[in-house]
Structures are given as C-alpha cells and as structure tokens.
Write a protein that binds this ligand. Structure first.
Ligand SMILES: NC(=O)c1ccc[n+]([C@@H]2O[C@H](COP(=O)([O-])OP(=O)(O)OC[C@H]3O[C@@H](n4cnc5c(N)ncnc54)[C@H](OP(=O)(O)O)[C@@H]3O)[C@@H](O)[C@H]2O)c1
Length: 225
C-alpha cells in the first residue's frame, strides 16, 4: 500500500489532492492546521490527520510516528505554502521573514530530512512532488519571501536527489490557479507590486485553472491516479 503525505489540505490545491486520493486504497497522511470539510463518501484510504502549524517551529515533527512499519513507498506532496508578506524588502517585519521561511522552507525541509533518513534505513522508496512556482526562478517585486523560499526549497530537493538515487524529486509549477492565494495577490494594493494588473486580468479572462483540474493532471502525469 502506497503512503501519501500531503501538506496544506484545508483548501486550494492541497484539498483537491486530498479529495482525489481519498477513494484510493492508500495510506493518506494529511498535515495541516485544519482538515477540509465534507470529505467524499467513497473513502477507501486509511487517513491519518496530523494537526500541525508549519509556521510554529516550536512544535516537534516526528515523521517516524506517522509511518506504518510495512511502508514500502512514500510519496510526499510538499504543497502547503504562503505568499505572505506581499511587501518590498526593507518593509518586512522580522516575524514575517521567520513565518514565511518556516512554512515554505524550514518545516518541509525538516519533514523531508526525516523522511530521507527513515526511507534510507528501511529500504523505502521515496518520491517527492515539490509544488513549486515560476517564482522559484524569477524575481517578482513585492514577493521577496515567496520567491526566495521557493528557490531555497527547490535547491534543497536538488541536493537530496543528488545524494540518494533512491529518492525521486519532481518540481511542479502548477500554473495560475483559482485559489485563496490568487485572491490575496489580487487584493494586494502595495505600490511595489508591478504585476498587479496582470493577475486581475487572469481572473477577468478566466485564465485561472481550477485546483481540482490541476491536481488531477499532476497525479495522472505522475502515474499516481
Ligand atoms: N495559486 C496559484 O496560482 C499558484 C501558482 C503557483 C504555485 N502555487 C503553489 O501551489 C501550492 C498550493 O497553493 P494554493 O494556491 O492552493 O494556496 P492556498 O489556497 O493559499 O492554500 C494554501 C494551503 O497551505 C496551507 N498552509 C499555509 N500556511 C500554513 C501553515 N502555517 N501551516 C499549515 N498549513 C499551512 C493552508 O492551510 P490553512 O488554511 O490552515 O492556512 C492551505 O491549505 C503552494 O505551494 C503555492 O505556492 C500556487
């Protein structure tokens, strides 16, 4: 039985992954602050919910306690993310730097580090689907923490893959999706954010994809559905 670990399942793309995986005969470990409401009735997966605020680095992470001893393949979908703070560098509060780094980089790096250890020592195949972004490779004014933490995450996984040929890493840019993250971008009134109008146009012209369609394409593309 495959084990899936998915972060950030309360809404958006993570919720879509959760809904698609629930009807499968898999072990599903969901990590986040809250579980999404109304799961589909056709549930086959064995579901474990790990309540965890990824911004809170004082809460210990104990990946081994989530994993069943007969696990042979783990798929970690590193999905949770925050685009905050949407302000120019120079105006970011220290606490915002810490929070964005904790959510987008430190907590998933801690989880992945523990997974790498566990998988290496127990002969478990590890696949990482890193939900990345064009922002990992392109500087966007006003998105300093998002761009830099997404870039750091990508490099961390590149290093992991270079160290262990039993670990498969895929960086996936899901493209622009109709989620709360896009709403936040459209609501941003900061002068520094030069691309604001472009994001308004994405919504106006219906160019935002539904997270359900994107999640399905990703899972099918990875031969996981
Ligand atoms: N939307 C886009 O156009 C777009 C484009 C490129 C890449 N992406 C990437 O796609 C992924 C999903 O984005 P989305 O659009 O679905 O975003 P979203 O709607 O804002 O959802 C983000 C998810 O991350 C979780 N999360 C945020 N902070 C957390 C924390 N401190 N602890 C635990 N969970 C936390 C949220 O849970 P809570 O509800 O509990 O906060 C939520 O489930 C992200 O990695 C994002 O960078 C999105």
């Amino acid at each position: 039985m495959k084990t899936f670990i998915v972060t950030g399942v309360s809404r958006g793309l993570g919720q879509a992954f959760y809904r698609l995986l629930l009807p499968l005969p898999v072990r599903l470990i969901l990590i986040g602050k809250v579980l999404p409401a109304d799961p589909p009735e056709l549930t086959q997966a064995e579901v474990i919910f790990v309540k965890k605020d990824l911004a809170d680095l004082s809460q210990p992470i104990d990946v081994a306690s989530w994993i069943h001893k007969d696990a042979r393949e783990i798929v970690f979908i590193n999905n949770a993310g925050t685009i905050d703070p949407l302000v120019a560098i120079g105006s970011i509060a220290d606490a915002e730097i810490i929070e964005a780094t904790a959510v987008n980089f430190v907590s998933p790096a801690m989880i992945s580090n523990q997974l790498a250890h566990l998988c290496k020592h127990n002969g478990i195949k590890l696949r990482i689907l890193n939900i990345s972004s064009g922002a990992a490779a392109r500087a966007i004014a006003g998105w300093g923490m998002y761009c830099s933490t997404k870039a750091a995450m990508k490099m961390f996984y590149e290093c992991l893959a270079s160290e262990n040929d039993k670990v498969t890493v895929r960086h996936i840019d899901p493209g622009v999706m109709d989620t709360a993250m896009q709403e936040k971008i459209r609501d941003c009134k900061e002068d520094v954010f030069a691309f604001g109008e472009q994001f308004m146009r994405f919504k106006r012209e219906n160019l935002l994809r539904s997270p359900d369609a994107v999640a399905k394409d990703i899972l099918i593309g990875e031969d996981l559905l």
